[in-house]
Design a protein around this ligand. Structure first.
Ligand SMILES: Cc1cc2nc3c(=O)[nH]c(=O)nc-3n(C[C@H](O)[C@H](O)[C@H](O)COP(=O)(O)O)c2cc1C
Length: 169
C-alpha cells in the first residue's frame, strides 16, 4: 500500500534540478515493451498555459522510437535514494537488445494517469503527454554547442510533455 502525495510541479525544484545531471529515469512504452533510460537534461516550466517538462532525446536512442506527438512518458526522480548503479546502467546500455528493467532489478508501478509505468522507490514522479516536438539541428544552435555535443550529427529532439500529474510515493 503506497501513500500518494500530490505535489505542485514546481515543488522541491532545487532538489530535482540537483539530481538531474546525475540522472533520472525516463520510462516509455509501446504495445510490446516497457523501456527506461537515464536522462540528465530537462527543464520544467509553463508553455501554452500548461505545465510542461521538456526533455532532449537523441534520435539514436531506442527510447526515441517510443516518443512522438500524444505519446506518454514518465519521469522517476530518485531524490535522496540510491539508484546510482541502475542509472549508470540505463544510461550506458540500450533497451533495443535487452530488458534493462529486469537486468537492473527495477520494479515498476502503474502510472496513475498515463498508461506508462514509473520506477518504484524513486520518491518523485511526473507523468507527461507529448504536446510538441522539435529537432534541433546545427543551424539552430551556436557553433560552440554544435562542436561540443554533435560531432557525429546525432542531434537531440526536444519533446514538450504536458505534466498530467506530479506526486511523491
Ligand atoms: C547521467 C546521464 C544522462 C543522460 N542524459 C541523456 C539525455 O538527456 N538525452 C539522451 O538522449 N541521452 C542521455 N543519456 C544517454 C542514454 O541514457 C543512453 O544512450 C541510453 O543507453 C539510451 O537507452 P535506450 O537506447 O534504451 O533508449 C544520458 C546518460 C547518462 C549516464
Amino acid at each position: 500500500m503506497f501513500i500518494i502525495k500530490e505535489v505542485a510541479f514546481w515543488d522541491d525544484l532545487n532538489e530535482i534540478m540537483e539530481q538531474f545531471p546525475k540522472g533520472v529515469f525516463l520510462t516509455t512504452k509501446n504495445e510490446q515493451e516497457v523501456n527506461t533510460m537515464t536522462i540528465g537534461w530537462g527543464t520544467i516550466g509553463v508553455m501554452w498555459n500548461k505545465p510542461v517538462f521538456q526533455i532532449m532525446i537523441r534520435s539514436s536512442r531506442h527510447t526515441y522510437d517510443f516518443l512522438g506527438l500524444e505519446k506518454e512518458f514518465t519521469l522517476s526522480i530518485p531524490i535522496r535514494q540510491d539508484f546510482k548503479q541502475a542509472l549508470a546502467y540505463c544510461g550506458a546500455n540500450s533497451g533495443r537488445n535487452q530488458d534493462k528493467l529486469k537486468e537492473c532489478n527495477l520494479h515498476i508501478l502503474n502510472g496513475r494517469k498515463v498508461d506508462v509505468p514509473v520506477i518504484g522507490g524513486c520518491k518523485r514522479y511526473y507523468e507527461c503527454k507529448v504536446l510538441a516536438k522539435k529537432l534541433v539541428e546545427a543551424e539552430d544552435m551556436i557553433d560552440t554547442i554544435n562542436q561540443s555535443y554533435y560531432e557525429t550529427g546525432d542531434f537531440h529532439t526536444i519533446f514538450y510533455g504536458e505534466i498530467i500529474t506530479s506526486y511523491e510515493l
